[in-house]
Design a protein around this ligand. Sequence first.
Ligand code: SAM
Length: 549
Amino acid sequence: MQNKRRRFKDLVIPKKRFGQNFLIDNNVIENIINSAELDKNTLVIEIGPGLGAITRGLCEDGGFVLSYEIDYSILPYLKENTKEYDNIKIINQDILKSDILSDIENIDFKYDKIYVVANLPYYITTPIILKLLESKIDIKRYIFMIQLEVANRICGNPKTKDYNDLSILIGYKAKATKLFEVKNTSFFPAPKVSSAVIKLDTYEKLPYKATNEEIFYKIIKESFEKRRKTFYNNLNSYYDDETINNLYDEFKLNPNIRAEELSIQDFVNIANYLNENDRLVIYAHSKINLALEVMDLKDNYHMVNNLMIPITLYDKLSFEKSDEIILLDNNIKDNIIIKAAKLFIEHFKINGGVKIKLEKNIPIAAGLAGGSTDGAAVLKGLNKLYNVSASSDELKKLAEKLGSDVPFFIDEEVALCTNRGEKINPLNIKVKPIKLLLIKPISSLSTKEVYENYNYDGVSKKEKIDNIIDSLKNNDIDKLKQNIFNDLTVPALKLNKELKILYNNLKKEYDVYLSGSGPTLFIINPKDSSVKKIEEKYKDLFVYLCYTK
Ligand code: SAM
């Protein structure tokens, strides 16, 4: 070995910046080549052949060797050492910048499998392995000499400090085995760190398959780069709170979980969930009316003082860009969603369309503004999808064209809506969530008809409205209950017999109110026992427990 060292010194000065530690131990060289188990149909990719310590054996046993070496100055020695072989192509390039796939296409060799063999430059171990794993090249086996510490990490288990993004990415694609450790003295110059040879055999069929590998790689890298953060905060760099909260619910994840506590299967499941749910999603909330004062007609419209509060019952709309305007799987007749999309696209001269998926939870024609809120959600969704950045006031103006109730849902905050209901006066109150039980009879009511059957009594309800606002400010539920009113209750009960019976029955035991033009009724802050009782009694109706938002 003494002799060999002198010989190397005479030939080249190893360059630290290229991670040049040449193998001088013939046993190790032989072990590496043998563990690759090459045959004449194998295309071998070698990274960093150096002076050709391993390269000669690869040419001897393999079918063809494609060898990448960054250091131009050592090429004459490498060529000299491999001159008796014609099954080798040396490419003088940085492997990280090489287009390996097209290099493979350019060689004239028929292979049945591709293996990679390398005594890697340690300063770029991870980027090289990641580049190869993430590439589209179908590599069956990797034999790598790497730092011992990295080898342990790759072959490590979750919940240990050795486990990291590289372990997961490799574990996802391949079975990793640590073959043997190598002493420092087997190299010239001797590296400061210990080394090991590992074998990665890629799976024919992945045990867990990520439907979108880009997302899988992205979340793993982000999670381990910012290892000190919780996994929730790692995901928050790319996904909104609602998506992550749903994910945590779905997988019952502890909010404080860290990336190193998750297995490969966990990461795959999470990536697949995010791939499916990573459309732009808008939650369109419903509302109830705490005050609805209906006054005289002006220009064919009733003037109103309408105090609305959003509630936690919502429709979920997801948006994807498309050439046309498409609403997927729905049975809704009067389509405010399509109208809203057309309106937005025409108004902002958008070049394109939208594919909208609607998950409908809010009953229609129920006084819960299920249509209006969907219309507003479409305007908000398209605003985000096409990065239009229209202000909330601009969106409200557009929303007005879809209906008097629609502008309220642009901001979804408790407000006194006046004029036709389209003029929003936000109350700027942070209302503590109030428990609500919604009960909707089976039959519906037409808003138009309810208004037509309304007779204005000319009595101002200003005091009641002020009291409601006060009660919301002070979280005074009793005062709130005493003041809630809805001028449309009388015509709605008159028009719908089922509603009248239900209302009168409930009224015997509870304070019950009508939402909008009905027919949904609501009870404020019901006891748990009352909820149970009502749910049981009205099994066939829409009975829904929720909160103000
Ligand atoms: N295979 C040789 C051996 O076992 O003696 C040399 C191994 S040495 C640890 C790493 C080799 O990788 C060096 O020859 C170095 O010049 C080469 N290298 C370093 N960075 C490279 C890069 N980005 N692309 C290709 N080769 C690189």
